[in-house]
Design a protein around this ligand. Sequence first.
Ligand SMILES: Nc1ncnc2c1ncn2[C@@H]1O[C@H](COP(=O)(O)OP(=O)(O)O)[C@@H](O)[C@H]1O
Ligand SMILES: [Mg+2]
Length: 254
Amino acid sequence: MRLKPNNSIVEATAKSTRMRVDTLAEHSPEMSPMKGFETSIPKGGILPCYYIPFTLNKRVIRRDNILEYLKDVLDPQPGNCRNRSLALHGMGGVGKSAIGRQYVNSSRDKCDAIFWISADKRTNMIQCFIDIAQKLGFISTDRRSEDADAAIIKVKDWLNVTDCRWLVIFDNADDLELLTHFWPGSAPGSILLTSKDTSAAFSPARAGVFVEPFDDETGAAVFLELLGQDNPSSNRDIPEKITFKLGGLPHALC
Ligand SMILES: Nc1ncnc2c1ncn2[C@@H]1O[C@H](COP(=O)(O)OP(=O)(O)O)[C@@H](O)[C@H]1O
Ligand SMILES: [Mg+2]
């Protein structure tokens, strides 16, 4: 019987079978029944693989409710290999990226691969995908010889077939049209995006959280902490008034 070439289940099964064969070939080439067989699906990938442009920071950011919700929605669950995606949306300077960084810091032990992608410009996204493809070992470090599109396809293909636990963050993804080229479909893993565009919560993400400015009390606490005066006896009247005047915007307060 001839299988229809556009049958996606058959194709996905074939892809993962090729992937397993490739991994086997990599570890014991002499045992490989398909030695020399070329496939377009990238091989295993070097794990763990973290592409994160900042260091671990234990600073408290007073966004506990949102962080707990992110963990509920995005954290990998044993045996659950579905796609999880969520958009943090809200005005510029409200602290979306700060929450994303905090979530990434709390996820380092839970994921085999974490990729932080600066999604504000096409050139930045391309550079991130090239760097990630290199880190995974899919392309050579001589990037001049590599086609950017090939790097994007290899990383996206790998996200679709790997059974490792991965988290991808698209940060400052305000242009959702631009994002579509880089979005890894409904691959089984976790995707967090931060965007000023509220519609990101419906598409491409499956869920969303609207990030609001600080209330006066929280803003005053953050402000006093920055001044090194965050003790119970500190007078909070003026910091609360300042927070109110600045609209509770972390970008203005910090
Ligand atoms: N919860 C927070 N506590 C302290 N500083 C914060 C907090 N959230 C944001 N900031 C600071 O405010 C500024 C803007 O935050 P950012 O996350 O870049 O905003 P957005 O991504 O929404 O544009 C940054 O300097 C950041 O360090
Ligand atoms: Mg941001």
